[in-house]
Design a binder for this molecule. Structure first.
Ligand SMILES: Nc1ncnc2c1ncn2[C@@H]1O[C@H](COP(=O)(O)OP(=O)(O)OP(=O)(O)O)[C@@H](O)[C@H]1O
Length: 309
């Protein structure tokens, strides 16, 4: 600024503007959570999913109502096959639970940090949570947080991060605050973490909630409620032996719509014809189902031949 022609003048407005632009370093607003982790069209997937939300909200209000001195922490693990809506459930609880502080810890929040940096970061999240009256910390895809890598039969994790997390999961401060921690993990990761060498990690969470795949009844109930089947006159019925994750179902529907030269959202919004019977009789849909299942070691789908056409 030495070369500036005019002297720099800081006004009261600059102070006010800077106060407005400052947000707490480790807090995320609810709207941020909603936009990033909740689908625009949330719908109930299975009765199990709904009861997980109910029990997590009950747990949250039960610790809140206890006379909180010293502080209390409650830990829950949501586990299930890949793409069964685990993160979405945690985000839904975040929105419905009247928390004063919410933080979602993901591997992508910590890109570029060393192990030490990651431990510092997560530790700070816990400290901030205990500085607020009623907090929620979501540890999303815990296996990714601890750098779980499987090469063939060999599995490697960051033991320093595992130790830090296990210590923090029994963290306590005399602040009188209540903290709920929700971890998410796939079934296969939960199994491989349940080893003494990995500190029997899943057992560090007091409560365990399983998110199942959607069976034919769940899928048919979803289709019945959705615009897609209304456009089809409510006629389509999903094959009874097939179970899918919500990701697989959405991918298959999208993929089948695209193969028909339409966009699912547009068709649904415009209420033009998107006939599920026609879509589901496409070999393309089966290819879509099988290609999405290829990435999902938790739930192999039946081969194309065994799919009833
Ligand atoms: N109840 C729901 N209603 C509508 N869409 C949903 C619902 N639950 C999940 N989805 C959508 O399904 C996809 C997968 O959901 P989510 O990421 O929550 O699953 P996950 O089990 O955490 O996945 P992963 O195992 O890959 O971490 C997302 O695109 C999400 O928006």
């Amino acid at each position: 600024y030495a070369d500036a022609k005019e002297p720099m003048i800081v006004t009261r407005k600059d102070f006010v503007d800077s106060l407005i632009s400052i947000s707490p370093a480790y807090t995320q607003s609810e709207s941020h959570i909603v936009s990033q982790y909740l689908p625009t069209n949330y719908f109930s997937l299975t009765t199990d999913h709904e009861s997980i939300i109910t029990s997590l909200l009950e747990l949250s209000s039960s610790i809140q109502s206890q006379t909180a001195a010293p502080s209390k922490m409650i830990t829950s693990l949501i586990y299930g096959p890949k793409g069964t809506g685990k993160t979405t459930l945690a985000a839904r609880v975040a929105v419905l639970g009247h928390f004063t502080y919410i933080k979602v810890v993901t591997a992508s929040n910590m890109i570029g940090l060393t192990d030490f940096g990651k431990i510092e970061y997560i530790h700070q999240v816990f400290k901030d949570a205990f500085s607020s009256s009623h907090s929620l910390i979501v540890l999303d895809d815990v296996h990714r947080l601890v750098e779980y890598v499987q090469v063939g039969d060999r599995v490697s994790v960051s033991h320093s991060l595992m130790h830090a997390l296990s210590t923090l999961l029994s963290y306590s401060m005399s602040s009188g605050s209540t903290v709920m921690v929700i971890g998410t993990m796939t079934v296969s990761h939960r199994e491989s973490f349940a080893q003494p060498i990995n500190l029997n990690f899943p057992t560090l969470f007091t409560w365990q909630h399983y998110t199942p795949l959607m069976n034919a009844t769940d899928i048919n109930s979803f289709l019945k409620r959705s615009n897609i089947n209304r456009l089809n006159g409510g006629q389509f019925s999903f094959p009874s032996h097939l179970s899918l994750s919500i990701t697989q179902l959405m991918n298959a529907l999208q993929c089948a719509c695209i193969s028909e030269g339409m966009l699912m959202e547009e068709e649904v919004d415009k209420k033009t014809s998107c006939y599920l019977n026609r879509l589901f009789s496409q070999t393309t849909l089966l290819d879509c189902l099988n290609s999405s299942s290829a990435k999902n070691e938790d739930q192999p789908l039946p081969s194309i031949k065994s799919f009833p056409l």
